[in-house]
Design a protein. Structure first.
Length: 150
């Protein structure tokens, strides 16, 4: 199966990640609050700027480390935008899923992942691969932005 399964996500509850304590620190609590408050996906730089705006003294490297651990733990969703930058947001569901993101306004909708899982497994199996993992990012125009183009 893939490493994205809910079962794996629930078993991994790291208190320490890459040498950085994540849970229980004031910085981690502030980061979690910012992730909860920000709408949609945001870059680590935007999250860092918001933390600084709120008076938190936290370095950008620390923000990246916290986001990495939260991502590995399944607590935040990540995607790469069209420029390749990684964006983050609080995960709205514990079920494995993907996102369809608007290229124009950035609106993102979660979509169920089973169909993608089956497709990835089949494609990999046809090529002789096992122990499959995947990253899927889907971009298009949301109904509002598509309507503005007409």
């Amino acid at each position: 199966m893939t490493s994205h399964s809910t079962e794996n996500r629930e078993r991994r509850v790291p208190a320490v990640g890459r040498g950085t304590r994540v849970r229980g620190t004031r910085q981690a609590e502030a980061l979690n609050q910012v992730l909860t408050d920000l709408p949609g996906f945001s870059s680590a730089q935007d999250i860092h700027a918001e933390l600084r705006r709120r008076g938190e003294r936290v370095g950008l490297t620390t923000v990246y480390r916290h986001l990495q651990v939260l991502s590995e733990d399944g607590a935040v969703d990540t995607l790469r935008d069209e420029t390749g930058e990684t964006l983050y947001r609080r995960c709205e569901t514990s079920v494995h899923h993907h996102h369809v993101t608007c290229r124009s306004c950035g609106r993102s909708v979660e979509v169920e992942g089973r169909t993608v899982e089956r497709w990835a497994e089949r494609v990999a199996a046809e090529a002789g691969f096992t122990d499959v993992d995947h990253t899927v990012e889907i971009f298009g125009l949301c109904p509002d932005c598509a309507g503005r183009r007409h």
